[in-house]
Write a protein that binds this ligand. Sequence first.
Ligand code: XMP
Ligand code: MG
Length: 183
Amino acid sequence: MDANDVSGDIDHVLLSKEEIQAVVKDLAEQIDRDYAGRDLLVVGVLKGAVMIMADLARALHSHVTMDWMAVSSYGSGTASSGVVRILKDLDTDLMGKDVLIVEDIIDSGLTLSWLLSNLRSRGPASVEICALLRKPEAAKVEIDVRYIGRDIPNEFVVGYGLDFAEKYRNLDFVGTLAPHVYA
Ligand code: XMP
Ligand code: MG
């Protein structure tokens, strides 16, 4: 069975495989331009950013090192609480480094807002954010995001790293989940 044969679970496609490729290429061009001649540490936020990290890193021409963090929001339900716990920290010392946080999606912005101040406290030369997706209507805090792939409506989405109960991360597109899946 084809890995993407979950059509019954998907309500509609927001970003096709081809659209994601174009968005990632565009992000990589902006980043290459901004960091020309500098070394860049890209920090992927597990697990959702695995796909965008893999594609973005390969699209970049800059000198890049990669590291990973895993964080979890305290609190119940699907809504982010803003209180964040580090499940896996970086292996890299950030002192003097140019850091780019790579995220799958910005919803309330609470997780990234916390992560930004946490990483900034470690003495890096700079910290910027790149996110594939953003839900502007869901924002609870203002964060300065340098690189945004696509703004999307305030709907729960899966695919290309994004999951529902750990499923659908392997889809090569981003789509909304059909209501019957939640039930
Ligand atoms: P906040 O609200 O702190 O949350 O910006 C960001 C994190 O919440 C997860 N998230 C989603 N995951 N589909 C998902 O699969 C979604 O529509 C969605 N919205 C938020 C995600 O882990 C993100 O890093
Ligand atoms: Mg995430």
